[in-house]
Design a protein around this ligand. Structure first.
Ligand code: FAD
Length: 336
């Protein structure tokens, strides 16, 4: 979000096993629940300007294990998630392509089960190597043990306990049965334009092409995280889940309201972006903060806003969405 915050002490892990062999690092830094683990900082809103101890993993090795039809790929926590997507798709492997252009690190990806364009990390996750900061032991959890769900995980429900060290995913040498699936809004048009410039037929579309198509769609809708400004955290709010009864009431008043069916027939997922836009917030500016004009779910720092101003804006939006629709929207990023 490009707000200022300083750590009193910062420790960077360049080599995972060597670092964990160091008792001072384990006891003084990691066992202290006050120590904050930071990856790329693309999902943290700093409201406090002084943070105590901060740990970051820089180790960014990656590799593959060939298992016949599938490949097990691992990456260390410090690798950029987008770099991992490019590395695997460049090898012709299918599985991570729709996560292209999401900022941040591999280590943070399981924390909120990153997802975009119809896929989530849990679709390919095999296992996670981690350090239990409380019990001071190394663990290797299966995907099931991580309990990933929509923008959530076991890690998120027990904050400051886990240090993700390596992530393993199962990728495919061949495209999935429904390849290429362009059902997610915006992808089909971009794919046509992309294939036309590449002078390539749809049948030749590879995982790296899908990553490029997703990238192009994202760049039209979201702030460019490689630029300094505007600062953002991507989607600031979760898509809320409401009862079917409440969804039907909304439909009666707003026939265009998008409703997404869930496995539970009594619940429906709504689009937080739609609700915020209908409440009139898209593109509104509040001093140095604002709501992005191309995407109502994205709050921005136009330069010079502090964390408190961003949080106040978020709270005003939450209250207004509640006033209009009686729907509670919740913030997605970690607030420090
Ligand atoms: C422009 C933009 C677009 C975005 N689009 C998407 C999107 O499409 N889908 C999506 O899911 N997210 C999206 N995000 C949110 C963000 O990119 C992801 O949540 C990402 O996984 C955060 O990675 P990070 O390394 O920056 O984590 P940070 O912000 O540094 O940390 C996030 C959380 O993970 C914890 N953490 C970080 N590393 C570790 C580790 N190694 N071990 C344990 N805990 C750790 C932190 O303590 C914190 O709680 C977007 C953000 C921006 C700015």
């Amino acid at each position: 979000m490009r707000v200022d915050a300083s750590a009193d002490r910062f420790l960077q892990i360049d080599h995972i096993e060597r670092a964990l062999a160091n008792p001072r690092l384990r006891e003084e830094w990691l066992a202290d629940p006050q120590t904050l683990v930071v990856g790329g900082g693309s999902n943290i809103l700093f409201v406090t300007e002084r943070i105590g101890k901060v740990v970051g993993i820089k180790a960014a090795d990656h590799g593959f294990v060939d298992e016949g039809e599938t490949i097990l790929a691992f990456a260390e926590a410090g690798l950029g998630l987008d770099d991992w997507v490019r590395l695997t798709t460049a090898q012709g492997l299918y599985g991570l392509e729709r996560l292209a252009e999401i900022p941040g690190t591999v280590g943070a990806a399981p924390i909120q089960n990153v997802g975009a364009y119809g896929m989530q990390l849990c679709d390919v996750l095999d296992s996670v190597e981690l350090w239990d900061r409380q019990k001071q032991v190394l663990l290797h959890w299966t995907a099931e043990q991580c309990q990933l769900s929509y923008r959530n995980s076991r890690f998120k429900s027990e904050p400051n306990r886990w240090l993700v060290l390596r992530v393993w995913v199962r990728l495919h040498k061949k495209p999935p049965a429904d390849w290429p699936n362009f059902s997610y809004p915006g992808l089909a048009d971009e794919a046509d334009a992309y294939l036309m410039t590449k002078k390539s037929p749809m049948s030749a579309l590879a995982a790296s092409d899908m990553a490029e198509i997703v990238t192009r769609v994202r760049r039209k809708k979201l702030p460019d995280w490689r630029q300094l400004l505007p600062g953002s955290l991507g989607s600031f709010f979760h898509n809320p889940i409401v009862s079917l009864q409440h969804a039907n009431k909304l439909k009666a008043n707003w026939p265009d309201v998008p409703l997404y069916a869930l496995d539970d027939p009594d619940s429906v997922k709504l689009s937080a972006g739609w609700l915020i836009e209908q409440a009139g917030w898209r593109g509104r500016i509040f001093g140095a903060a604002g709501v992005y004009d191309r995407h109502a779910l994205v709050l921005i720092n136009r330069g010079g806003a502090d964390g408190k101003e961003i949080l106040q804006l978020a709270e005003a939006i939450e209250a207004d969405v509640w006033r209009h629709f009686a729907v509670q929207i919740k913030t997605e990023p970690m607030i420090v």
